[in-house]
Every structure is written in C-alpha cells, then in structure tokens.
Design a protein around this ligand. Structure first.
Ligand SMILES: NC(=O)c1ccc[n+]([C@@H]2O[C@H](COP(=O)([O-])OP(=O)(O)OC[C@H]3O[C@@H](n4cnc5c(N)ncnc54)[C@H](O)[C@@H]3O)[C@@H](O)[C@H]2O)c1
Length: 445
C-alpha cells in the first residue's frame, strides 16, 4: 500500500485536487448532480456535466435550470464564469480528473435493485478511462456495489485501482428544498477501495465541505442505507401511532410536539400519507435484497415498509368514513387532492403517495382531480398514468368538491382560505394546525 501512495498518478491527482486545478466531471445532472456541479464551480473547480438527456444539456447550455428550487441565475452564473460545460459526448469522460457518478438507482418490477444505469455508466467510463482519474460513486446502493460490480469492470481496462486509477464511494445526502443545508455544509462520508483512493476522495470533498472518512466502501454504502432506513422505520412508528391515536381520540401532532421538548433521547418524526421520493421508499429494498445473500431476513425493515405502504389506503378509508358521516358515498364524490410532490416546496413527484391515493380513490368510484403549484401535469410513472393537469385552485372549485385531501403541505397554499371554502378537509400533514378548533369538517388522517 505504501508504494501505491507514492504512485506518480496519485501524486499528480492529489496536487491537482489541492490546487483546484482538477476538472470535476459529474455524470447524471438530476436532483443530486446539478446542485453538486454548482457547488464545485463555486469552489473554483472547472466542472463538466454529462447526461444522456439532451433536453437537460440544451437547457443548461441556454442558462436555464429544469429543477424549480435551483434558480436559472445559478446556471447562468456558472456559464458566465466559463466554469461549467454540459455535454452528452461520453467519449469526453477522459477529460475530467475526477468523475462523480450521480445516476438513478431505482427498483425493477420485482422490487429488486435496478443497476442498469450504473452498469451503462461504468461501461462508458471504461471506454474512455485514462490513468490518474478518481471515480466516485455517489448513487445510493447496497454494500458491495463499488467493489463487486464496478472495480472488476474498471480494471478490465488494464488500469489498477489504487495505483493507476482511484475508486471510492461517497453517498449523496442532498435534501432538495432544504434551505438550511446543502452540499457546502453537509458532511460527506467517504470510503475508498485502497488508502490512496480514500485520500484522493477525501481531499476532493474537503474542498467543498467536511469529508468524513470511513474504513471501506462497504461501510460508506451501508452508512447511507442506515440513514434512510432509520427514517423509514421512525416514520413507520409514528404512522402506526397516528392510527392508534385516532382511535383513542388524541391529536398525535400535539403529542409529538410535546415529546420533542425533551432535550435528549428523542428526535421528532411526523406521520403523513405514506413515503415518497427517490430514497426512503426504495433504499430499504436495496438493503433487504442484499441481506438475503447472507441468509438474513431484515424483519424490522420489512415491517416498516408494510406500515408505510398501508398509509395511502388509511387516508382513503378515513376520507370515505368522513364522507359517509355527511350522508355521502365515496363513489361519485368529487375529491380534490392538494399536492402531488412527495414533499413540500419541490417539483419531485417520484414515488409520491399522492399517486396511490388518487388511484385508490378512482378505483372506488370517486371523481378525482389534483392541484400542485410545483407539478403542472402528471407524467406516467412506473405504476400509474393519470394524464391529468393541475386544476386551478379557485374558491368555486373548493366549494364544489365534496372533500379536499391535503397530501403535500406546500407553503404556497392559503390554508385558512381552503378551510373556509372546502366542505370537508382531510389533512395528512397537520397543515391546518391552529385552524381546526371547533370545526368538525377537518379531519387528521
Ligand atoms: N433526489 C434526492 O434527494 C437524492 C438524495 C440522496 C441520494 N440520491 C441518490 O442519488 C442518485 C441520483 O438521484 P437523482 O434524484 O439525482 O436522480 P435524477 O433522476 O434526478 O437524476 C439522474 C440523472 O442521470 C441521468 N442519467 C441516467 N442514465 C445516465 C447515464 N448512463 N449517463 C449519464 N446520465 C445518466 C438522467 O438523465 C438524470 O438526469 C440515486 O441513486 C438516488 O438514490 C438522491
């Protein structure tokens, strides 16, 4: 290992990183890759962005952002400084000194890891690779991906990891729309295949934030899955507690806020209509899939998944129950879903529980429409194809609907106005806190 540290390629790479002369290539310019590109540019690194989606490249070349919470000015700022270039030409993967992979890692139809994007990217890198490059996988995946799947393929090029090229895993911790944390102040976990790989990757991430080295790529891969499973399990706990609290006639949000005053040993999590996004509903499946290779049944993870997946059905049942108290049936009722993004104030609708709610309502004969200021139209997803456009939120519409379900608590909504005009409000997010007093037309679900 000591010799590898002294390899000429390592010394060249580390000195370029430390002087910010290294060119950073980002592969996959989505919710993770684009903000990362912005942060490296801001730290005076030249950045090349690679994507298979030509529309994204055109948009960036014209100085336009396609992610609503990343303003056009950011993209124009990069362009003006000549620090950023977007391209779909993957033969140019040889140009950057560091390649950061941010491509999707979804599930396939059998709910198993779909590594096809990552495999394609790895092959594209192998076709262009040159000595002295650092390759870091940022996409979320199961422990072992970097060393079992990527390393042998990269070494097919004849270049040796740790001596000629350097390979690491550093999970992305982006929280879209969070105004307090971004790539400049979120510590970055880093695991390297060899000590040289680790040192190069730590040097790179230390130039934009604080790098936290761990002993292996597997430890780094599992760290990300632990973080997301922790969220999934805790959200499942409060979701289950919500159902119980309702039966007991207790407002769980009040209870959670009271518990959160404890200065130690308690972290508040909030119930909702079910899980959404590219991470929390998906990542535990990556871990459970790999666990099977070790004859291990990840029961806790599975149970959390079951509870969270049952939440859209619970919301629909509660809506039907509330309607029946007013003498109406779900069948034939006009229901307006407010918010289809998986969380507030972002334009990401992947895996949104809103889709499952709309689907179940439609199945049960309700006439469903939706409004979301962030999502003007519904695109086909792995499971659903609604072909709907966001309807205009007018007082007339609110009055005409039999029920309004708040699925996503976007800040743009005037909740007092909604409560005033709607006939029945099913609130899955506690968006009507402070407005419910004495009103039995609002239910928490
Ligand atoms: N979105 C989040 O908040 C978040 C947070 C943490 C981690 N992650 C993880 O980061 C990874 C990326 O997620 P995302 O939300 O940015 O996905 P995304 O779909 O927004 O972006 C992925 C991008 O990769 C591009 N792409 C696909 N195949 C490609 C290829 N072969 N070469 C180049 N580009 C390709 C797509 O066109 C797209 O622009 C996933 O593993 C995800 O689990 C996401």
């Amino acid at each position: 290992m000591v010799d590898q540290y002294k390899s000429e390629q390592f010394e060249g790479l580390i000195s370029k990183i430390r002087s910010h002369e290294a060119v950073v290539g980002i592969i996959g310019l989505g919710y993770v890759g684009l903000p990362l590109a912005v942060h490296f540019c801001r730290k005076n690194f030249k950045v090349m962005g690679f994507d298979v989606d030509q529309a994204k490249i055109d948009s960036l070349t014209q100085g336009r952002s396609y992610i609503k919470h990343i303003p056009d000015e950011f993209v124009r700022e990069l362009d003006a400084e000549g620090m950023f270039e977007a391209t779909g030409d993957f033969s140019r993967l040889s140009e950057p000194d560091c390649l950061l992979i941010c491509v999707p890692t979804p599930l396939d139809d059998k709910l198993e890891p779909d590594l096809s994007y990552l495999l394609q990217t790895t092959e594209q890198i192998v076709a262009a690779i040159r000595p002295g490059q650092l390759i870091v996988l940022e996409s979320t995946t199961y422990p072992g991906t970097t060393e079992e799947m990527m390393q042998p393929r990269l070494e097919h090029s004849g270049l040796k990891v740790g001596r000629d090229i350097f390979l690491a895993f550093s999970p992305e911790r982006e929280d879209p729309g969070n105004k307090n944390f971004d790539a400049s102040n979120i510590p970055k976990i880093v695991g390297g295949v060899t000590p040289a790989c680790l040192e190069a990757a730590v040097a790179l991430y230390n130039s934009i934030t604080k790098a936290v080295p761990v002993s292996s790529t597997r430890a780094a891969e599992l760290t990300k899955l632990l973080e997301n499973t922790y969220r999934s399990v805790n959200i499942a706990l409060v979701n289950e507690m919500k159902v119980l609290a309702h039966r007991m006639g207790i407002d769980l949000f009040e209870v959670i806020n009271a518990a959160a005053t404890k200065p130690f040993g308690y972290t508040p999590f909030f119930p909702g209509p079910g899980l959404g996004g590219h991470c929390i509903p998906i990542d535990p499946f990556y871990l459970a899939w790999k666990a099977r290779e070790y004859d291990f049944d990840a029961r806790f993870i599975q149970l959390a998944g079951e509870v969270n997946i049952s939440m859209p059905g619970y919301v629909v049942d509660r809506t039907a129950e509330a309607l029946s108290k007013t003498g109406k049936e779900l069948r034939g009722s006009r229901i307006l879903v407010l918010g289809i993004a998986y969380k507030k104030d972002i334009d990401d609708d992947r895996e949104s529980p809103g889709y499952a709610i709309m689907d179940m309502l439609t199945e049960r004969g309700a006439l469903v429409s939706y409004n979301d200021p962030w999502i003007p139209r519904l695109r086909p997803t792995r499971k659903y194809d609604f072909k709907q456009k966001s309807v205009e939120l007018t007082p007339e519409l609110l009055t005409a609907c039999d029920a309004v379900i708040i699925v996503t608590d976007h800040s743009a909504y005037d909740y007092a106005g909604i409560v005033r005009q709607a006939r029945l409000v099913v609130d899955t997010r506690n968006a009507t806190a402070g407005l419910r007093e004495g009103l039995d037309k609002i239910i928490l679900a």
